[in-house]
Design a protein. Sequence first.
Length: 202
Amino acid sequence: MANDALVAVGASMATIAAVMAIIAASTGLVLVQRDYPDCGREFCGGAADKVFVLTCMDYRISNQQLDVLTDLGFRRAYDHLVLAGSSLAFDPEGAAGIEAATGVDTEAWRTTIYNHTSLAIILHEVEHFVVIDHFDCGAFRAAFGDAYGEFGELSKQKPYHTQTQESLRAWVATNFPQLQYTAIVIDPADCLDHSNIYNLLD
């Protein structure tokens, strides 16, 4: 039965490859199929890093987030949840600011994080909570206004990220005292050598 299933999967993949070739030939599009050596069945069934990662939704920092997590020893083997502003909603001032500016309900955000972290602990035995903020964050600017500073004014922005990440640390300690906590802020303009990566709290 298992062998039949594998044959079916192989046939499906061959069909997909054939369809991709037809599309490429008829449209002139270049379709890229990436080959990740650590994404096979052994990887998918193997041990994860027991880490829950919270990041912002800003597309500018996607590559840096992967690099930072790889540098920390976590390489595509962690639970990942995206939330605008990352740590922002866990700080009373930040939450009030973003709610006033946008009308969003940050209590729902906190509930979502609580539920997903709880589930990650149950299903994946998560032991480590990592939050990654970034400078020049639109959600932070909406929450804190002009005091947050202009783009590139990292010295003005840094205290606000420290403040919200401290609030998130307290929230994690209260709700999930068994979890290790790491807080990081990265610079979206630093896309080459990643020299402006800050571990603010540890």
